[in-house]
Design a protein around this ligand. Structure first.
Ligand code: HEM
Length: 361
């Protein structure tokens, strides 16, 4: 197949997909009164006006958010609601029978997302969620703060060596949080801060890039035979890495080694006779979602927080004064010290309110 034929083939597939989406563009009765915007208008305002971000979306639809607390947009033939009214958000989170969470194997079967994330604690409902959650529970109870500190100090070292050059904050935060998550989740050092081009980091980043690529997210090329093999190869590489980590971990636990990472806690929880065990594939899917849930979210939150502190110098001063006063020479905050950092915690919460890293559930 020559280049022109390939491009024509892709163009035809794209047009067919757009027609398919258009035909499915039907508003359910229950959503009829909610103001609509089109997904393509968001993409265009990002590309042409360079207006990305939830704050820009808020300003664009302020009238409707203030009046109704919700707007809707069509995406791949489905409707997504963006909600700003906390009362509606609470209702949706509590009424899981009426508002179940999306499941990749139901809404995007055999897609890239389904292949990598499958069914996991985030993407499951009812009894399946309970089974996953029981095994993941111990992982939510431990907070290895010393690991955060260790990696943050390494980041400081690297930043101090940058001489009079602009710093790409988001990139550094992504590298920091990937290193932390790797250690916390399965005691694996991605070493992204010191060696961002190593094969493990590349394998991980290539898969994350796929899920941000419009060819996958909008045009669903992961559904097209042959083309999808290029995508699945990258996903399988990372899936295999996670599966190897699980096998190694089983072996080291059997040999009596225990260092308390999330995967170990989950494997131990599977041994508890009160819990239903998770298969290796289910454990792998949970590792995949823990990595994304913990890595991208915290990197986004840290980046926007640093931005806000940079433009609000008075807040930065107060937060710094509080940290120095509460921590003194301690580098690893205790639970009490953490609770005493009231002003900093308020700044973090306001940052999460203004720039929520997770806006689709
Ligand atoms: C700023 C940081 C974070 C934000 C904004 C955030 C946000 C959220 C939100 C909105 C949900 C609810 C999803 C839903 O119900 O569908 C959620 C669930 C979850 N998050 Fe996070 N998260 C953050 C950090 C983390 C970290 C560091 C981890 C793990 C290391 C993590 C792991 C999870 C898991 C496993 C769930 C599913 C819990 C369940 O359904 O039982 N998150 N997160």
């Amino acid at each position: 197949m020559d280049f022109i034929t390939l491009i024509s083939f892709i163009a035809i597939v794209v047009i067919l997909l757009m027609i398919y989406n258009y035909v499915n563009y039907k508003v359910p009765d229950s959503l009829k009164d909610i103001h609509s915007i089109t997904f393509f208008s968001i993409v265009l305002s990002r590309l042409i006006k360079r207006e990305g971000g939830h704050d820009k979306l808020y300003l664009r639809c302020k009238e409707y958010f203030e009046r109704d607390g919700v707007i809707k947009m069509s995406f791949r033939g489905k409707w997504i609601c963006t909600i700003t009214d906390p009362v509606i958000v609470k209702e949706m989170c509590l009424r899981t029978d009426v508002f179940p969470k999306l499941m990749f194997n139901e809404i995007l079967p055999n897609s890239a997302a389904d292949r990598h994330f499958g069914v996991n604690v985030v993407h499951s409902n009812g009894d399946v969620w309970k089974r996953h959650r029981r095994v993941c529970n111990p992982a939510f109870k431990t907070l290895p703060v010393h690991l955060f500190v260790e990696k943050a100090l390494k980041l400081m070292d690297i930043l101090e060596k940058v001489d009079n050059k602009p710093i790409e904050v988001r990139d550094f935060m992504q590298r920091l949080t990937l290193d932390i998550l790797g250690k916390v989740a399965f005691n694996f050092d991605f070493n992204n801060l010191e060696d961002p081009n190593n094969p493990y980091v590349t394998a991980y980043n290539e898969v994350q890039k796929l899920f941000r690529n419009p060819l996958v997210t909008i045009f669903q090329i992961d559904k097209i035979p042959i083309l999808n093999q290029l995508i699945f190869r990258k996903i399988d590489k990372l899936n295999n890495l996670f599966e190897d980590i699980i096998k190694e971990k089983r072996k080291s636990l059997a040999a009596g080694h225990f260092n308390g990472d999330l995967l170990e806690l989950m494997l131990k929880a599977c041994d508890d006779p009160d819990n239903q065990i998770l298969s290796d594939t289910e454990l792998r899917c949970n590792l995949a979602i823990f990595m994304v849930a913990g890595h991208d979210t915290t990197a986004a939150a840290l980046s926007s927080l640093l931005y806000l502190l940079a433009i609000h110098k008075d807040v930065q001063e107060k937060a710094r004064e509080e940290v120095l006063r509460v921590l003194g020479d301690d580098l690893t905050p205790s639970a009490e010290q953490h609770a005493a950092l009231k002003y900093l915690n308020m700044a973090i919460r306001e940052n999460l309110r203004l720039y929520p890293p997770v806006c689709i559930i």
